[in-house]
Design a protein around this ligand. Structure first.
Ligand SMILES: *Cc1c(COP(=O)(O)O)cnc(C)c1O
Length: 393
């Protein structure tokens, strides 16, 4: 072997005795085969085998297996964001002429995906009330998938996953649920009869505001094969470095979630005493639609909730949020840093019937709870003062 070749062909070294506690970061596009016949037979390696980097490396396999175990699923596949995990499910399952049902409280980009990309492919969608009261009337032979999200984005309605899954099953319709808010530590949709459990690992699993990733977990092998086929056909994969960060995040997710969830509940309770607060939308409180379902089916709360305000002006709302010293203004919750964003839910068509409602969405992080409480006192004290001033004769 000459030097130029030596530069390319790395020497084999022993791995004997190398027993790290955590999986290595395996990067690969090319996978090599021992023989020409092996290469020709590579499809026989199955959906979890290694034949090309697009199908992932052992780093991804560890994360997939860990998410599957947490969700109580037989299979899991990873996608480069939560949103792409949702679009993968829909593209894999739906065909021209099909219809998907989505709740009015769905993560808003899903509504856009249905209205633009799916509509362009000849796939229809209908929007149902989060409490599913109008769902039976929307069923039809063309409905292939019912999507759920519980609690819903921003307005936090809890859905009865068990009841909706049973209704869907009776009609031969697949169900999927966005389990990002709860994570499988608090809620396991597959155990309630849902076919597909999806998470934005970007949030609590990643946990540090530095990766984007999504997961899709299922029990049915044929469904898994369809998801993997769609993923490969679209040419999508996740980086092993990001998988490694998600694995690191998962190791501490339980304690982070328990701590932040407890602090969030305390702070949510504190916010109820402000005059400028109309409702605190948190599944622990009866103000939150479906809170009784949450008490029955879930085993705790994560640390993101919404406060509905007494409709301050945009200028007052913005100025109030800017009083915060520790809450950063930004989306994508579940990290170590507390976040706060102003929201209006003007595009919600039939739920809840509150036109012009104004909200603050909060994600509680890992800072000292006393500093967070002081920050909220500044923000909501400002809103209260503005409300009192507006009411003065
Ligand atoms: C953030 C979020 C997503 C999308 O995740 P990304 O990784 O940001 O694409 C999906 N569903 C819910 C409920 C989310 O909060």
């Amino acid at each position: 072997m000459r030097n130029l070749t030596r530069c390319v062909h790395q020497p084999a070294v022993s791995h004997e005795g190398f027993a790290a506690l955590v999986p290595g970061v395996h990067r690969a596009s090319t996978i090599v085969f021992a023989s020409a016949q092996d290469y020709r037979d590579r499809k026989q390696r199955g959906p979890d085998g290694y034949s090309y980097g697009l199908n992932g490396t052992p780093t991804a396999r560890v994360l997939e297996a860990q998410i599957a175990a947490l969700e109580g699923a037989a299979h899991c596949t990873l996608m480069p964001s939560g949103m792409s995990a949702i679009s993968l499910v829909m593209l894999a399952v739906l065909r021209q002429g099909d219809r998907v049902l989505i709740p009015d409280s769905v993560y808003p980009p899903v509504r856009k995906f249905c209205a633009t990309m799916l509509a362009g492919l000849g796939i229809a969608h209908s929007i149902y009330r989060p409490d599913a009261s109008d769902l039976p009337g929307l069923l039809g032979a063309d409905v292939r998938l019912i999507w759920m999200e519980s609690p819903g984005s921003t307005t936090m309605e809890v859905q009865d996953l068990r009841a909706i899954a049973a209704l869907a099953r009776a009609h031969g319709i697949l169900t999927g649920c966005d389990n990002t808010w709860a994570t499988p530590l608090l809620l396991r949709p597959l155990e309630l009869g849902v076919d597909i459990a999806m998470q934005a690992l970007t949030k609590y699993a990643g946990g540090h505001s530095d990766i984007l990733m999504g997961s899709v977990a299922v029990n049915d092998r044929d469904l898994y094969l369809r998801l993997k086929e769609a993923r490969t056909t679209l040419g999508i994969n996740v980086s092993p470095d990001d998988c490694s960060l998600a694995l690191r995040g998962l190791a501490s997710m339980g304690v982070r979630l328990a701590h932040a969830g407890r602090v969030a509940l305390e702070l949510a309770g504190h916010l109820r005493s402000f005059a400028s607060v109309r409702r605190v939308l948190h599944p622990a409180f009866t103000d939150c639609d479906g809170s009784a379902i949450w008490a029955r089916e879930a085993s705790g709360h994560s640390a993101t909730f919404t406060v509905q305000l007494e409709e301050p002006s945009v200028a007052v709302l913005d100025a109030a949020i800017e009083q915060a010293r520790f809450f950063a203004i930004g989306a994508s919750w579940g990290g170590a840093h507390s976040l706060m964003v102003p929201m209006t839910v003007d595009d919600i068509r039939n739920w809840p019937p509150v036109p012009g409602a104004t909200y603050i969405r909060l994600s509680i992080g890992l800072e000292d709870p006393r500093d967070l409480r002081d920050d909220l006192d500044r923000v909501f004290g400002y809103l209260d003062a503005a409300l009192a001033k507006a009411a003065a004769p």
